[in-house]
Structure formats: C-alpha cells, structure tokens
Design a protein around this ligand. Sequence first.
Ligand code: AMP
Length: 196
Amino acid sequence: MFNLILFGPPGSGKGTQSDRLVEKYGLIHLSTGNLLREEIANKTPLGKEAKKFIDHGQLVPDEVVIGMVDSFFDRHKNVNGFLFDGFPRTVAQAQALDKLLALKKTDIASVLALEVTEQELINRLLNRGKTSGRSDDNSEDVIRKRFIVYTNETSPVADYYKKARKFKAIHGEGSVDEINAALRQAIDKAMANHKD
Ligand code: AMP
C-alpha cells in the first residue's frame, strides 16, 4: 500500500488537490471533514455532536474522529492506499493512525504540506463560504479560530512527521495545475523510494 497525507491549514487546497490526486494514483480519499459533514447531513447522533465543535471552529474530539477512521478502514479493504486529507489533526490522531496502519502491515509513505500565507487563506475561505454552504467558512471570527486551533493543535503533527523524515513542504500558491504538478513530482519520488 502507498499511504499519503495531504497536510496544511484550512483553505490551503487539500480538498481540491486530493480530488485530482486520488484519480491519478488510484488511492482512496479519506477526508474526515467530508465524513463529518455527511454525518451532519444525515442528522446522525455523531453528526449532531460534531456540529457543535465545527460551528465554533474547534476540533471534534480525537476518539470520535479515530473511531470514524477505523470504521472507514473496515469498509475499504484490499485497496492500493489512502490519501488522508484533514487527518491527522492532532499528535494523538497521528499516533492512532500509525497503530491502525501497523495492524494492516503498512505505514505512511509521505506527508506533503501545502504552504500558503494567512492573508491568502482568509481570502480563499471567505470566497469559498459564498458558495460552499459551509457554516464554518462564513464568519471571519470562526476562520480565525480555526487558524489558532491549527497553530496550537495541528502544527505539532508536522514535527511528528519531520522526526520520522516523512515531511515535505510544497509551495501552495499559484494555479491549481502548478500546485498539482509540484505534488505529483513529490509523490512520484516518494513512490519510487517506497517498498511495502
Ligand atoms: P475540514 O473540512 O477538513 O476543513 O474540516 C472541517 C471541520 O471538521 C474542522 O474545522 C473540524 O471542526 C472538523 N474536523 C475535520 N477533521 C477533523 C479531525 N481530523 N480532527 C478533529 N476535527 C476535525
């Protein structure tokens, strides 16, 4: 298996790039944000609980997200690999992911981090809010809260993968095609070096 994490702050383009990359490389897209929004749309108990956190720009508790990923794995066996988008967002989630992948006798091959300036991120998110229907993209206050959460809780995940020598920064500004080309170059290199 070849498992990849697309890492980066809210609005850095993870979702847009993931859609293209899963098609190109035949990977399964695992976006915890999308899974949570599905739960909310289906008005499940998990969705109702998660909405309270999402609407305030806070992270959904680790055990909820990890449980959701575990059950996603149960539903997707014998696959080429996963592209994780918006997960892991805490060091505890990264550790849990390592354990779940070890049970499958596999690991994370590479973490590609999209780097975008904060002003550009805010502009992108406010623009997306006009059409996405996402409650958490409409308010600049909630967007700023999400950045604070990213700095405090999610950026340590970068250090976790830097220590494991799996982390690579990618310039996340420019056209979608340019960024996609930079990502593909990094993935092709990681695939060439990966034995699993
Ligand atoms: P996203 O679509 O990835 O930007 O996620 C939207 C919101 O869902 C986030 O602001 C969090 O409230 C929640 N969320 C998504 N993924 C996670 C995760 N891995 N851990 C905790 N909360 C998450």
